[in-house]
Design a protein around this ligand. Sequence first.
Ligand code: SF4
Length: 63
Amino acid sequence: MTMSLCERCCYRKEVVSGKGSRFLLCQKSTTDHHFPKYPPQPVTECIAFEPTRFEKNATDDPT
Ligand code: SF4
């Protein structure tokens, strides 16, 4: 299965239902109505994608 960009995005918020289903909420949707609250997964392209701070640090060039 293709990994969704949302999994690596700082705007993602994981929501788990009472039945244990996992949903990825896009927090960009709160400020921009072009983004669905729960984008169909997997997302493979997104103009608003921004890597999480953790991922940024892992890929930053230390020099
Ligand atoms: S901004 Fe794009 S990549 Fe990030 S959570 Fe929203 S839909 Fe996913």
